[in-house]
Each structure stands twice: as C-alpha cells, then as structure tokens.
Design a protein around this ligand. Structure first.
Ligand SMILES: [Zn+2]
Length: 276
C-alpha cells in the first residue's frame, strides 16, 4: 500500500492514497484536533515545547537536558517516566482512537542511550526488579506501548529510529522490537533524505529491518518534499523489495505523482506480460 504523512487534513481524502497519516502532535509540541478521516499520528516523547520545562525534560548523567540546543537533537525529549506527561499522552491516544480507529505513535521512549538519569528514573530503577539499566528502560517503554495498545482497537503503527543493527534500537530508545511486535501491527521506518542520490543505504536499512521484523508488517516512509521524482521512484523501488508498505512524507502532490507513475508502469508491465 501507498500512503501520505501530512499536516493538511483534506489530503487524507485523496483517492490516490491507500492510507493517510495526520500529524496530530508534532515533535515541536504543536497539537491539532484528531482527524476522523485518517490515522492520527502522535510524536510521543519528542516534544520541544514541553522539554523547556525542567520537570519534564530527559537528562543525562551529567544533568544535560535533551533539548534542541544540546548536541545532535533536532527536537526536545520528555522523560518517559513523568506520570503527568504520560497521562496526557494516553488521553491524546484516547481522543485519536475515538476519532479514527487506527493510531500511529512516533518518537517513543528515551532520546539516547545515556538518558534518562533524572532523580525519578534513578529511584525507579533502584526500586525495580531489574539489575540491568537497559532492561529497566525497556520495561518502561514496553509498559507504555502496552497502555497504548489497550486504547487502540484498530491498527497500531509504531515509528522507530532507523537503526536495524541488533540491540541498538533497544539500547538507544528502550524500544525492544520483539516486545513491540507483540503490541503493534506495523513498524514504520522513516528514511529521509532530500535527494535520494544513492540508494544502497535504503537497501541495507530496509533489509536489516525486514530480517528483524517478522511478526508485524513493515513500512518505510520516504521524504517527498522538493525531491526529484525519478530519484524518489528509485528509492521506492529499492525499499519495496523489503517492505509491505511505502509512505511519503509531507508533499502530497509529489507523492501523488510518484504513485501514478508506479501504477502506470505496473499497468504497462501487465499489458506487456499478457501480450507475450
Ligand atoms: Zn527521567
């Protein structure tokens, strides 16, 4: 299937898309009302606006907050053990699931392997049954995923950081793929590039995830803004070897043109095949 990821609700209705994702809460913290014509997508612990609050932001062992001004962060991150923020997220999941049965969650978990060492996280780890810090982090994220699953009767999608090397996603974010696959229906891997001038890395990453994701569907999301359409079609062709679905980010016009080209080429191939 082909789909669009958009902030413009009317684009969810375009016939060319099999599926539409509506960014109801972005990693900037901007929020809009859930749509009833597409899959509402929630940036969970990525939230630049909320990360400005010292009681919410994730911190590393040196006390450095996970805010966009620090290192490589492109958005701020909230600590996953903050109960008030967690309740707010789950209330948003409820509102989304009420508007449309399928829900997508992104930016789930800890921002990097060295987070979070806030007092609450340290206390909860010490009071937990886990001896291993990373096992405890994974349990925090797994409990969150289970709570979301309980609230979503339709398909549940989980966007993940695009690192398929064994153990690295779990170490970075706390998302354990095996556990996640028991909770969600599809894993979505954003592989964004403004040019797609080379495609070998798309093959490597999508193929790596295909090896790891055997108990859920798998999708890749490509960046469709101001990108050369032939390069984008090459990217679609490469990832399609590995995934069940391909989604396009943020330019519905380019996404529509790409899908029409794919459909036209498939149709001409069928005609050719039938005539021989
Ligand atoms: Zn914390």
């Amino acid at each position: 299937m082909y789909g669009i990821v958009t902030r413009n609700e009317p684009e969810l209705d375009w016939d060319v898309f099999d599926r539409g994702f509506y960014e109801v809460k972005s990693a900037s913290g901007r929020q809009q009302s859930p749509a009833d014509t597409g899959v509402n997508a929630i940036a969970c612990h990525g939230d630049t606006a909320a990360s400005a609050a010292p009681e919410l932001v994730a911190v590393d062992g040196c006390g450095t907050p996970a805010t966009p001004g620090q290192g490589a962060f492109d958005c701020g991150h909230v600590c996953p053990t903050n109960d008030g923020y967690r309740s707010g997220l789950l209330a948003l999941v409820d509102a989304c699931a009420e508007a449309y049965s399928d829900v997508r969650i992104d930016d789930v978990g800890f921002p990097l392997a060295r987070f979070c060492y806030c007092n609450r996280c340290v206390e909860r780890f010490e009071g937990s049954r886990h001896d291993d810090w990373y096992d405890w982090r994974a349990s925090v994220v797994s409990e969150f995923l289970a709570a979301v699953r309980d609230r979503v009767s339709g398909r549940l999608y989980l966007g993940v950081h695009p690192d398929p090397y064994p153990g690295r996603l779990r170490r970075r974010t706390g998302i354990d793929l095996e556990t996640a696959m028991a909770c969600v229906d599809e894993i979505v891997v954003p592989l964004y590039d403004p040019y797609y001038a080379t495609t070998y890395w798309l093959d490597v990453i999508a193929g790596g995830f295909r090896d790891a994701v055997d108990a859920a569907d798998l999708a890749v999301e490509l960046y469709a803004v101001n990108v050369d359409i032939d390069a984008l079609l090459d990217a679609v062709s490469v990832v399609s070897e590995h995934v069940d679905d391909v989604y396009f980010g943020y330019d519905a016009g380019i996404a529509r043109a790409a899908i029409r080209r794919i459909e036209a080429e498939a149709a001409s191939g069928m005609t050719f095949g039938e005539s021989t």
